[in-house]
Design a binder for this molecule. Structure first.
Ligand code: TMP
Length: 216
């Protein structure tokens, strides 16, 4: 059985967690073994890097150091968890992947193309088979986060709205440049409607594979 790599992307507060749960149970019902993971993080070492990056006390962290820490977390995650799971024919579902680096560090911090170069090294060139982008304008997403019970805003979430606007512009550019891989869903709709749309993309991905198996 072939493994699949699926990532889910979106601004902070775009509803990724709810849809991660929906996707997981949908795929598990179809008999797939699903590895649910996240970035930054996903392995013990990468989770330690996550704590460092998101800690509000680390206000002195420079933009380049931040980019490299995200990439270091990703390199560890890819080698220790994602590639082995794909080899075993599992579905890996990751809450964020390289597109976050390009949107947040490339566009948000203004570091540009160097982010893609560094991430190519970090990921050994691995790219998701499907990326679901939950399209929610930053203002909407951030106010959702602020009203979430017990949610303490992290270092990135406390950035100015102008930063989040640049991140959002980055996501729009990524969607335009990768229309086959990135499936955009209007994340302001009800969670049920959002999932109904995501299901179409999942079915399409799985059917493509069935067809290629029929040919073989
Ligand atoms: P999360 O809140 O979705 O778990 O993500 C943590 C924060 O890290 C979120 O604000 C997005 C940000 N981020 C980056 O800036 N670059 C990256 O490469 C990744 C994976 C996340």
């Amino acid at each position: 059985m072939k493994g699949y790599f699926i990532s889910i992307e979106g601004s902070d507060g775009s509803g990724k967690s709810t849809q991660m749960r929906n996707i997981t149970s949908y795929l598990e019902k179809q008999g797939f073994s699903v590895v649910v993971t996240r970035e930054p993080g996903g392995t013990p070492v990468a989770e330690k890097i996550r704590e460092l990056i998101l800690d509000k006390d680390n206000a002195a962290l420079t933009d380049r150091a931040e980019m490299l820490l995200y990439a270091a977390s990703r390199a560890q995650h890819v080698e220790e968890k994602i590639l082995p799971a794909l080899k075993e024919g599992k579905v890996v579902l990751s809450d964020r992947f390289t597109d976050s680096g390009i949107a947040y560090q490339g566009w948000g911090r203004g570091l540009g193309d160097v982010v893609a170069e560094v991430n190519h090294i970090a990921t050994k060139g691995l790219s998701p088979d499907l990326t679901v982008f939950l399209d929610v304008p930053p203002q909407t997403g951030l106010s959702r986060k602020k009203t979430e019970e017990n949610h303490r805003l992290d270092r990135l979430e406390t950035e100015q709205l102008s930063f989040h606007d640049r991140v959002y512009a980055g996501y729009q550019a990524l969607c335009k440049a990768n229309p086959r891989r990135i499936y955009r869903v209007d994340g302001t709709q009800s969670p049920e409607t959002v999932f109904a749309e995501i299901k179409k993309a999942l079915d399409c991905l799985l059917q493509q594979e069935e067809k290629s198996q029929d040919k073989a």
